[in-house]
Design a protein around this ligand. Structure first.
Ligand code: UDP
Length: 245
């Protein structure tokens, strides 16, 4: 089983649906590292070989940001956003059904504890074997990786922000034979009910980014001019994209 792949600025993006991605991840050989990509990440990787290699080495890359979906449309691919938080949650539902071992790492201590409490309200039989806040130094990180290698989670979500979470997961991947791992960004804050997702109508219209901007105006400087410039670059640097590869 494989899923279709396109290429934006030389970086892979899988063209798939949430359900297809979920089934693929559950059935494919492990370990599997998933990156949920947005224009900011592509822009950073464009200027940084280490980040670019990190994304190229991922097993699955799904378009999370609306800007990526627009860019794909501009090169002739019609596909939908796959919000990382939804893909992650659908994997948790599957984990509960199949009694898969789940490890969560990221956010501050209060947030990760609240996220656990809220998740267990909806998924009471979730087999949570490992929980850790996302603030640690290099020595502590080595211990965490060792502990995770011993506890062999089937699912590992890291919410440490990009690229810290992707680097962490890539490091852990060397020790894992059975894990599906995803960088989930601020998902623990949402599950802990500290951060709200946009109302459904914003999500449907691909305007979730705008809602996040309204709630966190500090994101403005990061997002602009990066998104308009990103879309302009999609047009100017056509030779770096491919519809299928
Ligand atoms: N975070 C963390 N450890 C860090 C830095 C950030 O656990 O060293 C957490 C932070 O508490 C928050 C999440 O990472 O829960 C932020 O993720 P998001 O993707 O929203 O951050 P961005 O990459 O957009 O800044």
């Amino acid at each position: 089983m494989s899923i279709k792949k396109a290429c934006l600025f030389g970086l892979p993006v899988n063209i798939t649906t949430l359900d297809e991605a979920k089934d693929y991840l559950l059935n494919a050989a492990k370990p599997m590292q998933v990156i949920t990509i947005n224009p900011e990440m592509i822009t950073k990787a464009y200027k940084n070989d280490v980040l670019s290699t990190l994304i190229k080495n991922a097993d699955v890359v799904v378009p999370d940001g609306a800007g990526v979906v627009i860019a794909l449309r501009m090169i002739g691919i019609k596909t939908s956003r796959i919000p990382g938080i939804e893909l992650a949650y659908s994997l948790l539902q599957e984990a509960e059904k199949r009694n898969l071992k789940v490890a969560l790492i990221g956010a501050d201590e209060d947030t990760i504890q609240k996220a656990k409490k809220e998740l267990l309200k909806d998924l009471p039989n979730l087999n949570l074997i490992y929980l850790r806040n996302g603030y640690f130094n290099k020595d502590e990180e080595n211990v965490i990786i060792q502990e995770l290698a011993e506890s062999r989670p089937d699912l590992l979500f890291a919410g440490l922000g990009f690229p810290k979470q992707e680097k962490f997961l890539e490091d852990f991947k060397k020790y894992s034979k059975n894990t599906i791992m995803i960088g989930v960004g601020g998902s623990f804050d949402v599950w802990a009910k500290k951060l709200k997702r946009a109302p459904k109508i914003f999500q449907k219209l691909n305007f979730e980014w705008f809602y996040r901007l309204l709630c966190q105006p500090s994101r403005f400087r990061r997002m602009f001019p990066s998104i308009p410039l990103f879309l302009l670059k999609v047009i100017l640097e056509r030779n770096l994209h491919r519809k299928e590869y």
